[in-house]
Write a protein that binds this ligand. Sequence first.
Ligand code: HAM
Length: 425
Amino acid sequence: MPGSTPSGTPRAPRGTHDVLWPESARWEAFVAGFAELAHSAGYGLAETPVFEDASVFRRGIGEASDVVGKEMYEFEDRDGTMLALRPEGTAPVVRAYLQHRPVLPWKAWYLTAAFRHERPQAGRYRQHHQVGIEALGEAHADLDVEVIWLANRFFGTLGLRDYVLSINSMGDERCRPAFVEILARYLHEHGAELCEEHRQRIDANPLRVLDCKRPECRAATEGVPRLIDHLCEDCASHFERVRTGLGALGIAAQIDHRLVRGLDYYTRTTFEFASGAIEAAQNGIGGGGRYDRLAEAMGGPPTPGIGFGIGIERVLLACDAVGCFPADPAPLDGWLIDLLDGTVARDLSIELREAGLRVDRGFGDRSLKAHLRAADRSGANAALIVGADEQASGTVALRPLRGGEQRRVPRGEIAQALRALREAP
Ligand code: HAM
């Protein structure tokens, strides 16, 4: 049976994965670090449903994109409505903005699972996870700089260095149509060199050809006309201001003329971070850009916007490849072993947790040796043992598990003793 182990028990679906302890400790730290950084720049958490009306993505992302055309998980609800599992986080945030109309500028950060029916491989999943931000209501180029700085800063806090930032401008509705015509002409001239799929689809959306990663298309689009040579004055000065701002912050960015990204909502600035430490086909660790027409495409008033999404799995793969941001789960402070009827363990474990300590306990009528093995496996700093003598004297035997002598500690001083162990080098 697909999706089950040899013994017949169920498995997670292909292209999805479980995140369990201790790896999950790294996820907690990742998200907490991102939240802190996002808060520092005025972003508040936005939580939107896992599924949306399919039109949110069809109108928002574009039918010609792979994400909508080939990869979206779309299904009919019991009442016939077409729904889709969210393939990305931007369109839902813009939908939420249009629904609730918070005061602009509105800055939101999110943690989201994203669903795309891709061919699963290392770093490419059918359910992946992103942290991201979206800033709505401000068109100034300095916001683009702030947004790119934020992603760059986040990678820095994780200890990642080995990546490249590429940027481009997609122009806007004034300058892009003329460029698209020039591009289509060029692509028709080179049609024979393109991959089968894109040879057929030049007219559907010529910009999509620039996003094709197949070697034929890469080679054929090497000398393609560059959008930044055809920008209108406003788009050109916007792009220039972004470049100057990044330069002033010491953020190195290279221009990639083919960086159109896989979603059709972008206008003006687009950017992508590629890790040098992981497989090239899946080395995009984060990307984003401006989408000044997205709110209108979804039926709302003109509302500029910009944001990015960072793939958690990919970033952690990149961290593993260079040995930064290790999983470092906070250990338990103590593990309680009650050799009597368990009453002391029941009460003391709760008392210590209420005092802010991390404590767990063993259950059952087992030998001290078996209890100590469990204490050791738990990774706790110390075992706290209660036998008849300790109970009679109102003490606990504190046995450090990472070196040190066992000693008796009065019950009222245990919290303090465990804190001292936590802080010991
Ligand atoms: P995206 O480039 O499609 O952009 O995805 C963002 C990041 O998610 C990628 O850079 C990559 O790290 C990760 N990712 C994408 N697909 C997969 C996958 N199948 N498996 C593992 N990781 C993946 C967006 O989704 C836009 N919403 C970003 C954005 C926000 N633009 C403006 N605001």
